[in-house]
Design a protein around this ligand. Structure first.
Ligand SMILES: NC(=O)c1ccc[n+]([C@@H]2O[C@H](COP(=O)([O-])OP(=O)(O)OC[C@H]3O[C@@H](n4cnc5c(N)ncnc54)[C@H](O)[C@@H]3O)[C@@H](O)[C@H]2O)c1
Ligand SMILES: O=c1ccn([C@@H]2O[C@H](COP(=O)(O)OP(=O)(O)O[C@H]3O[C@H](CO)[C@@H](O)[C@H](O)[C@H]3O)[C@@H](O)[C@H]2O)c(=O)[nH]1
Length: 474
């Protein structure tokens, strides 16, 4: 007899599958949790001391639970057979070719999981969509599962994940809500209750919302669209601030203090990045178009248009401030991850700034405490189509530095592109001494003390901040 009351299998050991299952294992010692993946390398890393993703607090939880009730394996068939509940937590990237290319989400991996489950299962199971998917994907998953030739019955639930990278462990341990969508018949409601009872081990019942399948799937896209919309809204205002002498931080504070608006997600930046916002908005835009709702599609598409504008605007400002040329100049890039406390570079805005500066023939020196050079190039190829082959000399044009000081040594400018806390306390006197003059600072996250930097002698440019040389009446 197994010592466990329930067996959970999660297909996909990535940024979501790994941390999510680690927290379920932590909070539910009576449940056996196994995360499976096609990638042997990924599973080996999860079973090692050097986990495949950087997430504060994750190593502690993995080391507490791994081997007790948390396992990582490539035995996909065996773990599917053993499971009562199977989470599908695979990647659903934007399609790169075919119908809907550049907008629609590719749900190929979800379908492949469903086919695998139908093929190898020898008992009925609850199948949970954890991946972010277009509305009505659960129907496709259900149809594939129903086609099994063993007469098995499966229940499909939608349980989108709302964790943010860098704070994933806190988000998972104390989520604002858990959302579970299911078919509103007796079996569907029973399946949803089983999943509710898993989360109820640590999440207050009133924060576990149950809805119909389609509301759950759509809520995930809408949540990300609303969050990204706030970032684009404040970024659009940052451009107006730079033109008028207003200060975007003061505006965020004045506007966000209104409880109807709220303070969070109003930090102006070089634009949002990450694997989710752009992908999920494009997914929403494509859905609207599919249903002939062109005005709705256009409305949400503007969030992305504004984000692209913000990224481009930043690089253009760097070039124009530095006497309209950066050719041959050394520029230090502090921060390459799409936000602090992660090593993830998917859709990172830093990449677009680096790409545009390389095209201007600058010599780039990047320092990021967590990003691997190999990952920078993989993403540059995937998203920008830029490799050493397509752009000979690219590899040499971008140096990765071991620390911020060597990145800045001899540089004409440094730009802060990720808001890592350690950048706030650098020895800027030392950095200034080592730089070419005039020494430029471009603060893409508004995290530095600009007055202090100006006192040292830097020429400082920041997002949505009035330039004292331009406005004498501040
Ligand atoms: N990254 C986030 O912060 C986040 C947050 C919420 C939701 N999401 C959504 O969750 C899903 C997963 O995102 P992620 O960032 O964890 O992706 P990821 O790329 O980090 O991980 C996905 C994993 O799935 C594996 N995989 C793919 N096909 C498989 C198959 N058929 N069988 C077994 N394993 C398979 C891949 O090898 C990979 O390791 C996406 O839909 C994403 O939109 C992501
Ligand atoms: O005020 C802000 C807040 C965020 N950002 C940027 O927006 C991007 C996304 O940040 P964040 O949302 O914190 O990280 P993600 O890990 O992408 O998380 C988002 O995407 C996930 C995947 O769908 C969801 O689960 C989360 O709820 C949602 O916050 C990053 O580049 C941030 O720097 C800003 O520029 N200004």
């Amino acid at each position: 007899m197994s010592e466990f009351t329930l067996n959970i299998c999660c297909m996909g050991a990535g940024y979501v599958g790994g941390p999510t299952m680690a927290v379920i294992a932590l909070k539910c010692p009576q449940i056996r949790v196994c995360v499976v993946d096609l990638s042997q390398k990924q599973i080996d890393a999860w079973n090692s001391d050097s986990l495949p993703i950087y997430e504060p607090g994750l190593p502690e939880v993995v080391s507490e639970c791994r081997g007790r009730n948390l396992f990582f394996s490539t035995d996909i068939d065996g773990e599917i057979k053993r499971a009562d509940i199977i989470f599908i937590s695979v990647n659903t990237p934007t399609k790169t070719m075919g119908i809907g290319a550049g907008r629609a989400a590719n749900i190929k991996n979800c379908e492949l999981c469903a086919r695998k489950i139908a093929e190898v299962s020898d008992s009925g199971k609850i199948v949970v969509e954890k991946s972010t998917v277009p509305v009505r994907t659960a129907q496709a998953v259900r149809r594939v599962l129903e086609c099994n030739d063993k007469g098995l019955k499966f229940q499909v639930l939608s349980n989108p994940e709302f964790l943010a990278e860098g704070t994933a462990m806190e988000d998972l341990k104390a989520p604002d809500r858990v959302l579970i969508g299911g078919v509103q018949d007796e079996d569907g409601i029973k399946a949803a209750e089983t999943l509710v009872s898993v989360y109820a081990n640590w999440v207050p019942r009133e924060q576990i919302l149950t809805t119909n399948l389609w509301s759950s799937e759509l809520s995930k896209l809408v949540a990300n669209a609303f969050l990204a919309q706030r970032v684009s809204s404040i970024n659009s205002i940052s451009a107006l601030c730079e033109a008028t002498g207003a200060d975007v931080n003061e505006i965020s504070r004045a506007v966000g203090i209104d409880q109807r608006i709220g303070r969070r997600f109003l930090n102006s930046s070089i634009g949002f990045g990450g694997s989710c916002f752009q992908k999920d908005i494009l997914n929403l835009v494509y859905l609207c178009e599919t249903y002939g709702l062109h005005e709705c599609a256009e409305y949400w598409n503007q969030v992305i248009v504004m984000n692209d504008y913000q990224k481009k605007r930043f690089t253009e400002k760097m070039v124009s401030s530095m006497f309209n040329t950066v050719t041959g100049k050394k520029i230090a890039i502090l921060g390459y991850a799409f936000k602090k406390d992660t090593g993830d570079v998917r859709e990172t805005p830093s990449m677009f700034v680096v790409r545009d500066l390389v095209l201007e023939q600058a010599k780039i020196h990047v320092f990021d405490p967590q990003v691997k050079r190999e990952d920078m190039w993989i993403e540059m190829d995937y998203t920008c189509g830029m490799t050493e082959k397509t752009h000979p000399g690219l590899d040499k044009a971008v140096t990765t530095s071991p620390d911020a000081y060597s990145a800045c040594d001899g540089a004409h400018a440094f730009a802060v592109l990720t808001e890592w806390d350690e950048f706030k306390t650098l020895d800027f006197e030392r950095i200034y001494k080592g730089m070419a003059k005039p020494a430029f600072v471009f603060d893409g996250r508004n995290i530095l003390d600009h007055a202090k930097l100006r006192e040292i002698g830097f020429e400082v440019h920041a997002i949505g901040k009035p330039d004292p040389n331009k406005f004498s009446d501040l």
